[in-house]
Design a protein around this ligand. Structure first.
Ligand code: FE2
Length: 191
């Protein structure tokens, strides 16, 4: 693994007050590896995956019961849809592809979570992977990524799990090396 350097904050006028940091996960909760086991097993459950309604124009989702108090979702991705850049508010997690192929772009650097609106990323921090049917990945509390279905024709389906349940998600825009905090979503925004 290559050595990376921390992203450098760029002062921005009118910096807004950001929400307090998410609480640390309870030690007793499922680990990323356990969440990965769950999402892989669930993604392989064809009967369950078939219960997800698919919409050719929009993402669809069904909430699942995750292990150990985790939050879990089955998500459908029409061709060309994606999440945009985001974090998981301090939760760790995992996801696995149940149908089709998903692309994940991520950052191999830990960002400061608070006190900035715009960061200039160092060269070399971008990572990209393709997760085809049956493949998954786990991630830690500070993971920043975007997930997209680049297919022009094929729907993708995936299973996601987070622990603790997502307290919030920070959404970012990306222009070259500049990452900008655009929005903080709360559970009431997606449940
Ligand atoms: Fe995510």
């Amino acid at each position: 693994m290559s050595v990376t350097t921390p992203a450098m904050p760029v002062p921005a006028p009118g910096t807004a007050t950001l929400p307090a940091a998410a609480p640390a996960p309870a030690a007793a909760g499922p680990s990323p590896a356990e969440l990965l086991d769950f999402v892989r097993a669930t993604a392989a459950d064809a009967d369950l995956v078939a219960t997800l309604p698919l919409d050719p124009g929009n993402r669809t989702w069904v909430q699942l019961v995750g292990p150990g108090g985790s939050e879990a979702w089955l998500i459908g991705w029409p061709p060309g849809t994606g999440t945009g850049w985001h974090d998981h508010g301090g939760s760790q997690g995992a996801f696995a592809t149940a149908a089709g192929t998903l692309r994940e772009d991520s950052l191999a650097v830990r960002l400061p979570t608070e006190g900035w609106r715009t960061l200039e990323l160092e060269n070399g921090v971008d990572r990209c992977r393709a997760l085809s049917t049956g493949e998954g990945r786990a991630f830690g509390r500070h993971h920043v990524h975007q997930v997209l279905n680049e297919s022009g024709a094929e729907h993708a389906v995936s299973v996601h799990a987070y622990y603790p349940p997502l307290p919030l998600m920070r959404r970012y825009s990306r222009t070259g090396p500049l990452l900008r905090l655009e929005e903080v979503e709360r559970p009431e925004d997606w449940q």
